[in-house]
Ligand binder design. Structure first.
Ligand SMILES: Cc1ncc(COP(=O)(O)O)c(C=O)c1O
Length: 377
């Protein structure tokens, strides 16, 4: 949990007394610190915070004050930046698949940079040819990443040159290339390989008279959940060096999401009920897999978990336990066979590192509402 910042237990108890449980405690100071760390590790790269892991106005506002830019994928995300008065030229729209109405929504706001990764997307831009600037997304498969985003998006590198020529041949303005090397990616050399391929494509394009001037290296930067990861400065060192060597003078973009938001939010939930089943203690929390722990399913993520009493150093002997969510579905189990001190109904538990792809993908199944986010600083 090296990246996490758990609020003081007394503060947690006071916040629950004020707002009730469950709660997601959001620290905008942590958001700022994460942004600064990444900005230092990737000098000269324009960081566009990808709103999808935590599309919360307080996060966007704090990052705007830090000088960040923004990566938008949907009209709802456009609404958030618009309401906060973010300059549209500080944003890019990165969803490879769009409806005409999505393109128009973004252009009405004033954001002009879009992504494409297939020939069927290109005619959609023709009515707005004089306004849009495009980046072509490449697919670099990566089965080791927690989420291999190139499985769904990006043109195969072997077809990329032809697609680029097609787009330019249709009179569209293509400014550069983009990729997403995989989310929560441990292997930083995957970026280095991708950057090398992009250089070759820049060179091939130049031979065709196509002058590309932008490279977008996407998101993916990992954080410490339950397993340690390389400190971000070391992680980015070979990436920054390769960018400096191969792309001098080129506009460089990154789209970090998880790295900025994951450590910034801590979940506090309470034990709604307990039982003993087949020799294990079962604890049913007021938040679960259909709620803030949805990332366990969708993001393939495992979050730290501990009773608040343990943080305070007040706990008894541990027993083999199961931790489940509040809904009536039996899939709604977060931790199987975990050693925990015996807890009573009403006791509080915490999961730090819950800022990315958690609340954002939570549902309201069984009418358990999405957990309230409280900004704590
Ligand atoms: C296009 C794009 N950019 C950036 C991100 C953020 O990635 P990460 O949270 O791994 O930094 C995503 C995640 O889905 C994405 O799809």
């Amino acid at each position: 949990m090296a990246d996490s910042v758990i609020p003081d237990p007394a503060r947690i108890r006071a916040l629950v007394a004020e707002h009730g449980a469950p709660l997601l405690l959001l620290s905008t100071q942590t958001v700022r610190q994460q942004y600064r760390k990444l900005a230092q590790a990737l000098p000269g790269v324009q960081l566009h915070y990808a709103l999808k892991p935590l599309p919360h106005p307080a996060v966007v506002k704090a990052l705007d004050e830090e000088g960040a830019r923004f990566d938008l994928a949907t009209n709802g995300e456009v609404d958030i930046v618009r309401q906060l008065g973010i300059a549209p030229e500080r944003c890019i729209q990165t969803h490879p698949i769009k409806r005409d109405s999505d393109i128009r929504y973004c252009l009405d706001y004033g954001t002009r940079t879009f992504i494409f990764d297939n020939p069927w997307e290109l005619p959609k831009f023709l009515p707005y040819k004089d306004q849009v600037e495009l980046l072509m997304r490449l697919s670099f498969r990566n089965k080791d990443a927690q989420c291999d985003l190139s499985a769904k998006f990006g043109v195969n590198p072997s077809e990329a040159h032809e697609l680029l020529r097609k787009a330019v041949g249709m009179g569209l303005k293509v400014r550069g290339l983009s990729f997403h090397a995989g989310s929560q990616l441990q292997n930083n050399f995957k970026y280095v390989e991708a950057i090398g391929f992009c250089r070759q494509l820049f060179n091939l394009a130049a031979l065709d008279g196509i002058a590309l001037d932008t490279l977008d290296i996407g998101g993916g930067y990992p954080v410490h959940y339950t397993e340690p990861v390389m400190p971000i400065h070391y992680y980015c060192h070979p990436i920054a060096a390769e960018l400096e060597r191969l792309f001098p003078g080129v506009r460089l973009i990154a789209e970090p999401g998880r790295f900025i938001s994951a450590p910034a939010m801590t979940l506090v939930a309470s034990v709604m009920g307990k039982s003993e089943r087949q020799g294990r203690m079962w604890y049913y929390l007021d938040d679960g897999l259909y709620g803030s722990y949805s990332g366990k399913l969708y993001d393939h993520c495992d979050y730290p978990f501990l009773p608040l009493a343990k943080l305070e150093g007040k706990h008894g002997a541990e027993r083999l336990s199961v931790v489940a969510g509040p809904t009536c579905d039996s899939i709604d189990v977060m931790y199987n066979d975990i050693m925990l001190p015996e807890m009573e109904c009403g006791e509080l538990v915490v999961s730090p590192m819950m800022g990315a792809y958690t609340w954002a993908s939570a549902t309201e199944f069984n009418f358990f509402p999405k957990t309230t986010i409280v900004v704590i600083d």
